[in-house]
Design a protein. Structure first.
Length: 508
């Protein structure tokens, strides 16, 4: 018997309070069979919390969940899986040193013969174009393939509803396209997806219906065909929003950073960076375009002193910095927003205040001559940053661990943007940020540039590179294939170079 217009799951009057925050305030949603829902809302709106309740990771303070009209008690992810609910988290839950097969075996509730599971991985891979080699090590797979493993894990558990929390934040446009193909295929079999993203173009492409949250409350639900960018923005933030980032024509000053024939050879002799040369002057944003995994993170790490180079030289204001330690490089005026905030950007068990001054402490700024913290100054500075970057947090003493994903990113950006007074390396600076916050960060980069900083911008989002950069270098397999001035940058050419197609072949 069909229940209520094919409704699969209902969450009714869900409430969840954390100390100081009402994360979910009386939220009710329905998910139909064969429906893709986008869950939209600003950073800290309560999206992840609501989904963790549905997946049995959090217990709601109030409210109930029904599946096919029957009340269920989802008190653990195991229970959720049994009921046909799978979740793909933004931070993957894979063991990096194990193979794909081992990772899949690890999470199965019952024990199966490895051969059987291996065949299943291949079968699912072929069916949904999610092919991955079962014997590959996770840490050798690109992020898009790691995500495939997460999806396969969920599908092996016979999920009928897949929850995806910002799955595209770490994907390249090509990988996103593949993911969307999978979602459409999965949905056509009568399955459902709840999809979280901050990118409105993705929302408009993939969803049947959009549910908008604001400050822990459900603002509304709207069919895709009735939605547009303006309407969704209005629902999310309660007003219209100016997306435009004004480009500042800064005066180009002297050379700040020179990367001179830099190479990095990996442990197995593989060439990670191959003879890279570029320089950035004061008042200039240099954008690195490229498919992730082509050496851009290593380049950033090398300049920041986190990775040793095998050959070449890196000079800051004319002086070599390759033999300086990280502390000395920071003190010479280099700020770094790393791509992976959990690994290197933040100490999750420390407070927001502590994270905001992490790097400044040695610099004495917050200490008096008896080595005691100047707590009043610290408090004022912290509150300024929290306001400026609109970091949603009940108190500056809250642990970073308790912040929503986007608000964690804001803490890193707030700290680093003002830190490096010569060079700022910004790697995926807007990843996970809602569009208001993303626009603020972009405006801040523009402002810092016009103050005379040199900025190295690394981003998966070609549109972001095009929007902000004065010069654009395309990186492919550890090499900078070409460098363009912004006004002569041609999107098509850059796109081709990103996939390794060089000059001569353009005309074909
Ligand atoms: N474990 C926790 N302890 C305390 N507070 C929490 C916890 N998890 C979430 N919160 C708070 O609940 C609110 C909602 O957070 P949630 O992670 O659901 O937001 P979100 O909509 O997913 O945001 P984002 O887009 O930034 O990921 C935030 O204010 C957050 O600080
Ligand atoms: Mg979230």
């Amino acid at each position: 018997m069909k229940y209520l217009d094919n409704v699969f799951i209902e969450m009714e009057n869900i409430n969840k309070v954390f100390p100081g925050t009402v994360a979910n305030d009386d939220i009710s949603i329905k998910v139909k069979k064969g429906e893709v829902i986008s869950l939209l809302g600003e950073n800290g709106a309560g999206k992840t919390t609501l989904m963790k309740i549905l997946y049995g990771m959090y217990k709601a303070d109030r409210g109930e969940i029904k599946i096919d009209g029957k009340k269920v008690n989802i008190n653990s992810p195991q229970k959720a899986k049994k009921l046909g609910i799978g979740m793909i988290h933004q931070h993957f839950t894979l063991v990096p040193v194990h193979t794909v097969l081992e990772n899949v075996l690890l999470q199965l509730n019952e024990s199966y013969a490895p051969k059987y599971v291996e065949n299943k991985i291949k079968e699912i891979g072929n069916k949904y174009e999610l092919v991955v080699d079962p014997s590959a090590l996770i840490n050798e797979l690109p992020v898009g393939f790691q995500q495939r493993v997460e999806i396969i894990k969920a599908l092996l558990g016979n999920s009928k509803l897949l929850i995806m929390d910002e799955p595209t934040a770490v994907l390249t446009p090509q990988e996103t396209e593949k993911l969307f193909k999978f979602i459409n295929e999965f949905k056509s079999e009568g399955n459902s997806v709840i999809f979280i993203t901050h990118k409105l173009n993705e929302v408009m492409e993939i969803s049947d219906r959009i549910i908008v949250l604001r400050d822990g409350k459900k603002v509304g639900s709207i069919n895709k065909k009735d939605a547009d960018r303006e309407k969704l923005t209005q629902m999310m933030i309660g007003r219209e929003f100016d997306f435009e980032v004004k480009k500042n024509e800064a005066t180009i000053g002297k050379k700040i950073i020179e990367v001179d024939n830099v190479s990095i050879v990996g442990e197995t002799g593989n060439q990670i960076l191959n003879n890279i040369s570029l320089n950035i002057s004061a008042g200039e944003i240099f954008g690195v375009a490229g498919v992730s995994g082509n050496g851009q993170e290593e380049l950033a790490d090398a300049i920041a002193g986190l990775k040793k180079i095998s050959n070449g030289d890196i000079r800051l204001m004319g002086k070599s910095i390759v033999n300086l330690n990280i502390r000395e490089i920071i003190n010479s005026g280099v700020g770094y927003i790393p791509a992976d905030r959990h690994k290197v950007g933040l100490v999750l068990e420390m407070t927001v205040e502590e994270n905001l001054i992490l790097k400044s402490t040695y610099g004495q700024k917050y200490f008096n001559k008896y080595k005691l913290l100047k707590s009043k100054k610290l408090k004022i500075d912290t509150e300024k940053k929290i306001n400026k970057f609109n970091i949603k947090v009940s108190t500056s003493k809250a642990l970073v661990h308790s912040l929503s994903g986007g608000n964690q990113q804001k803490v890193v950006v707030a700290r680093e943007v003002t830190l490096g007074d010569k060079l700022l390396i910004a790697s995926q600076p807007t990843r996970g940020l809602d569009f208001g916050a993303a626009a603020y960060v972009k405006r801040t980069l523009e402002k810092e540039k016009s103050k005379g900083k040199a900025i190295l911008l690394i981003s998966n989002e070609l549109s972001e590179i095009m929007e902000l950069s004065d010069k654009i270098g395309v990186i492919y397999e550890g090499e900078i294939l070409d460098i363009f001035d912004r006004n002569e940058a041609d999107l098509k050419k850059i796109g081709l170079l990103m996939t390794g197609v060089r000059g001569e072949s353009f005309e074909k």
